[in-house]
Design a protein around this ligand. Sequence first.
Ligand code: ADP
Length: 216
Amino acid sequence: MAAIQLTERQKEIILIVKENGPITGENVAQHLNLSRAALRADLTILVMAGLIDAKPRVGYFYVGDNSRTIISEKVMEMKVKDCKSRPIVEREEASVYDTIVKMFISDVGTLFIVSQGGILQGVVSRKDLLKVTLGQGDLQSMPVNVIMTRMPNIITTTLDESIYEATKKIIEHQIDGLPVVRPCEAEGPNFGLPEVIGRFTKTNITRIFLELLEGD
Ligand code: ADP
């Protein structure tokens, strides 16, 4: 089943069907003080989602009580702020050499490159750094902002974005993670610019996956 976000009415329908099923569409409508026609779309969605089923001349009954549904409902409610990690950043003036050292020390695969005040300027991944080491440049003197993927091409997330949306971005853009940003609140030139406040990566997603399997 594809994960879907249920509306309040759809949740109510599920409860009614769960408690009263098998129940006709007409009777579900009566419970909600609505017409049968007004419910048709919701009932169709819930049947297609595999949460309820319908038998001719019997009515609707509940089938959604399986772990797959519970897991997808749980994930749909989770936000980036529930599971992000702290950001690992490097200043844009840092050398490529220092950036490589920082990556090793901090044990991450992606570093966010920031200007003064923690404002997001770019991202460097392992492969960006490997690529530059194959070239002729002097890693000690070359600043990392020469090789980084830079704004405005950085895909970001926010504290209130759903895990579902953030995960889709990671898959669609084929990247390992996203900087979590918020508009800088400090008065001055940085005001409103994206300040890095966390990271959301494949590791966070793997952890969520494990927790769900373990039933936490
Ligand atoms: P790796 O290079 O180790 O495979 P990624 O798949 O994350 O790691 O990175 C692939 C490319 O995408 C790199 O050039 C990297 O700079 C860039 N990149 C990584 N994260 C982002 C992001 N959030 N937004 C835009 N580009 C990114």
